[in-house]
Ligand binder design. Structure first.
Ligand SMILES: [Zn+2]
Ligand SMILES: [Zn+2]
Length: 126
């Protein structure tokens, strides 16, 4: 079960696609009860950091309830273009800077070999 983290606090976000959520994720101090994702920066926010009345992320993007397709894409990520890459890799302004960041994260062991090669291919084609 992939687990994500709120971008603004330490609460965990369970990506359960089963209605009713992950039965193991009952402690609401640890686990978000609800969450939304910014359509621009792709950051996730729990319902405490982004209360229901709040429509926009601090980056200016719109906060959206994840639909099944979004959840599936997070569950089984598909990387096809620069926009699909993690912001830390898509944000640097030049291809060289993006490749440099990728190498840095790769050396730290952040990515598996498959991810590294996919990301490298996409950045080189960008
Ligand atoms: Zn939060
Ligand atoms: Zn945002």
């Amino acid at each position: 079960m992939p687990v994500f983290r709120c971008s603004a606090c330490p609460r965990l976000i369970s990506l359960s696609i089963i209605p009713g959520g992950n039965p193991a994720a009952q402690d609401t101090d640890v686990w978000a009860e609800n969450w939304r994702r910014c359509d621009a920066c792709k950051n996730l926010f729990c319902e405490r950091c982004a209360p229901p009345g709040e429509e926009h992320c601090s980056c200016g993007g719109t906060l959206r309830e994840p639909d099944d397709e979004t959840r599936m894409r997070m569950y089984f990520p598909v990387y096809e273009s620069l926009e699909d890459l993690p912001p830390v890799l898509s944000r640097p302004p030049t291809k060289e800077a993006r490749l440099g960041k990728l190498e840095e994260l790769w050396e730290k062991g952040i990515y598996g070999k498959g991810e590294y090669e996919t990301f490298k291919y996409i950045i080189e084609a960008s």
